[in-house]
Design a binder for this molecule. Structure first.
Ligand SMILES: [Mg+2]
Length: 85
């Protein structure tokens, strides 16, 4: 639950921003983002440790799965889901 709240705090930073502003954060917003990214990472690491999951290996495996689901020649520049190609 805390992980979800912290992820939402990241979203909150960008809520109501125009796209252009979201790519050029003020130093105050950037500092806030850094803190919230740290919060999310710390909760993820706690969860990973609890279930003895190596988060780097998990991410690597997921990238391999996504590479097959979303081959670059079909997915590049597309927002379609893998079953919509
Ligand atoms: Mg926080």
């Amino acid at each position: 639950m805390a992980l979800s709240v912290e992820a939402s705090e990241i979203v909150e930073i960008f809520q109501w921003m125009e796209s252009e502003e979201s790519y050029d954060l003020s130093s105050e917003k950037l500092e806030k983002l850094e803190g919230e990214i740290a919060d999310v990472l710390l909760y993820l690491l706690q969860l990973s440790a609890k279930f003895e999951i190596d988060p780097v290996k998990a991410a690597s495996r997921k990238l391999q799965v996504n590479e097959k689901k979303y081959p670059i020649e079909k997915a590049k520049g597309s927002a379609k889901k893998y079953n919509e190609f």
